[in-house]
Design a protein. Sequence first.
Length: 76
Amino acid sequence: MEFFKIRRDIPFMRHALIFNIISFVTFALAVLFLFTRGLHLSVEFTGGTLMEVNYAQAADVGKIRDTVARLGLNDV
């Protein structure tokens, strides 16, 4: 007794034209936006490290800069 009819073949190619059109339109829009808006590289692509320090009272910025300079850390 068969309760469910199971089809062994899946007709992927039935919708090939529609999927090709969708793919082409998506690609064309991507190229169009690339030329009109360009690439907007943001902070994620620049690299580096961010350190946040909290103090209980107001920090002496000059003393902090001197200490960091003595450590040999540049571009702080």
